[in-house]
Design a binder for this molecule. Structure first.
Ligand code: ZN
Length: 342
């Protein structure tokens, strides 16, 4: 898969099999015996085989779905691969839809890393196709201890009555009953690191022993730093935009007491009944902060905070933003939460 020509041939075959080739099916069929014809007869396929940045054309391409995970992978593969991100920084991974170019990138990649558990719902089909076609595809969530999705707004055992409370997991059509937000705990990312390093090493033919050790040390130090930070927070009660801080809360002794969207995805609607419920929970728990993030209606979040007499604090949970790396992203998130709650 390393050679651009082989990649073009492979892509041509795959697109034909998927019925996605628009003009040259006859040339594409039987492509394995006529690579030259295929590679030069279809401009779109030629374009797909060209690496965008010629200065790093000699490095294998590793495609990672979202920016936070890409930062982790980049640390591991520094100098041995060109790590590119599919979902633009600042865009919500829960509702991202890929362009044909994104599909090409994934199909052409030497190694693909994604989150899993339906975080990247819009990329599911292309990731399955890539995996079935022999592209090495690695899902972080398949290598960590996952948390079950719980309805954080179901406080029925504490005397709160949530109008939309439902004993089934989640409020959407997910097949999964596990929380996808694994990256929000560095400890959870550490769990996946040995398998990730092994898979990357196999896919790229490189020795990552030292890089893995170094990254593991950094993640362990970050985890300790956060544990220490949260040991100074007396009552870590979290009210969030959607149900996103489960892994973080579990690791650092916090409790998610309510979410404006009780769903583990942002693909849900705020309801008036739920708003009243969340306001009631904030008041009765004497919670002082509402944390909001990408994917939550800012006006709704502001109204909830105001009516509950709580401070509204914006946090960044689903993309790197101004953070230079995963380490600084988690550090900023932890510091913002801890400082707001003190
Ligand atoms: Zn989310």
């Amino acid at each position: 898969m390393g050679s651009p020509r082989l990649v073009a041939v492979f892509l041509a075959g795959l697109l034909a099999a998927l019925g996605m080739s628009c003009s040259s099916d006859t040339e594409v069929s039987g492509s394995s015996s006529k690579p030259e014809t295929v590679a030069t007869s279809d401009a779109s396929l030629d374009a797909a085989s060209v690496t965008t940045d010629t200065s790093i054309a000699s490095l294998p391409t590793v495609v990672v779905t979202y920016s936070i995970l890409a930062s982790v992978v980049r640390k591991l593969l520094e100098d041995v691969a060109d790590v590119v991100t599919v979902i633009p920084d600042g865009q919500d991974p829960h509702d991202f839809e890929p362009s044909p170019r994104d599909v090409e990138r994934i199909i052409n990649a030497d190694f693909v890393v994604f989150n899993g558990l339906d975080l990247e719902e819009g990329l599911d089909d292309v990731l399955v196709n890539a995996r079935n076609s022999g592209v090495p595809v690695f899902a972080i969530a398949e290598h960590v201890t996952t948390l079950d999705i719980v309805d954080v707004n179901d406080h029925s055992d504490h005397g709160h009555v949530h109008p939309g409370a439902d004993s089934s997991h989640g409020h959407d059509d997910h097949d999964h009953s596990e929380d996808p937000h694994v990256w929000l705990s560095p400890h959870t990312i550490r769990e996946a690191l040995p398998a990730l390093a092994r898979a990357a090493s196999d896919a790229l033919g490189v020795d990552l022993t030292l890089a893995e050790e170094s990254l593991d040390d950094q993640l362990a130090a970050l985890d300790s730093e956060l544990s220490e930070l949260f040991s100074t927070v007396e009552k870590c009660q979290l009210v969030t935009g959607h149900n996103e801080l489960g892994y973080f809360a579990q690791r650092y002794g916090c409790t998610v007491i309510a979410a404006i969207l009780s769903s583990p995805s942002t693909n849900a609607e705020e309801s008036a009944g739920n708003m009243e419920f969340v306001i009631d929970v904030i008041r009765s728990h004497d919670a002082r902060v509402v944390f909001t993030s990408l994917g939550t209606n800012p006006a709704v979040a502001a109204r909830v905070a105001e009516q509950a007499g709580a401070q509204l604090v914006e946090i960044n949970t689903h993309y790197l933003g101004a953070s230079e790396s995963y380490i600084s992203f988690i550090r900023t998130l932890g510091t913002t939460i801890a400082t707001s709650l003190r």
